[in-house]
Design a protein around this ligand. Sequence first.
Ligand SMILES: *Cc1c(COP(=O)(O)O)cnc(C)c1O
Length: 359
Amino acid sequence: MSAEPPILGRAAPWRGILEEYRDRLPISEATPVVTLGEGGTPLVRSASLSAATGAEVWLKYDGANPTGSFKDRGMTLAISKAVEEGAKAVVCASTGNTSASAAAYAARAGLACAVLVPKGKVALGKMAQTLVHGARVLEVEGNFDASLELARDLAGRFPVTLVNSVNPFRLEGQKTCAFEIVDALGGPPDVHCVPVGNAGNIASHWLGYAEYLRDGVIHEPPRLFGFQAAGAAPLVRGEPVAEPRTIATAIRIGNPASWSKAVEAATASEGGIRAVTDREILHAYRRLAREGLFCEPASAASVAGCLQLAAEGVLGPKQTVVCVLTGHGLKDPEWAIAGAAQPASVPADADAVAAELGL
Ligand SMILES: *Cc1c(COP(=O)(O)O)cnc(C)c1O
């Protein structure tokens, strides 16, 4: 047996994706690192989903990022580059998580932040985050797609940096999710499932796997499957959806900005873009909660999709599947409470409590 190195202390703390993957990101010594310690999120094996599908199912819990969604992976880089380039203000359109992340990282960097959100359509937790970090919130009388068009127009004509995923630094940062998955598993999964809204994330994950493939870190990429909500599935239908409808607000998008990149990711990896119903999404959402993982409804689309792939015989036995859980459940608690039993009221008496619990 070879001698183990001496244990000097606890493991080194995670430094955020810009430091951990510095050599794979477009930054230099001149780039100020604006970080909240994003990335390094848990990759958790699901015994229940593995049993149900016959595959080895892992959950990449990106809701554990500092502001509760994967958007932080892209925002740390987008804001760092904005500061490097001398920006004073950033703007984004958002269904909620981009604005929460932009507001936090802009506050960290001392930049002004303006967000355009579809009026009355942003989950409470996300709005709270955006406001508490001091962003200017403007509610647009229109949906997300209209808000994004407005943000792009604004950034084109005024001195503000756009930090939506059409900003290439966003995708560069978000590709680190694929790196972490490969690094943690010791190789690529066979299948990678991710929710699709504006389609930046699936495009970024493909960037990451393709880069590892190019550099010989992996020899085969996973098949990438993206899942849209059935009422907001332009990529599946092959045309924009004017009035996207789904309870999964983070993917309620009718005309994805990264349309062609998402199709390319699915095609090149021999995966696909599919639709899951709101019913399937909520089923997956509750199922995940019962094994201790609280994600927002949009995130559960990846697991709903994984179950769909299994039901259709797409998953081979013992294949390794990773489902990305993109955002934290606390952002949108409405759905957690809606399906739950009302708490029972009891007197402050142990026997009464025991009787209520059937002990
Ligand atoms: C942004 C977001 C998505 C969709 O990602 P896209 O890059 O827009 O496809 C999915 N889930 C959550 C929780 C999000 O915040």
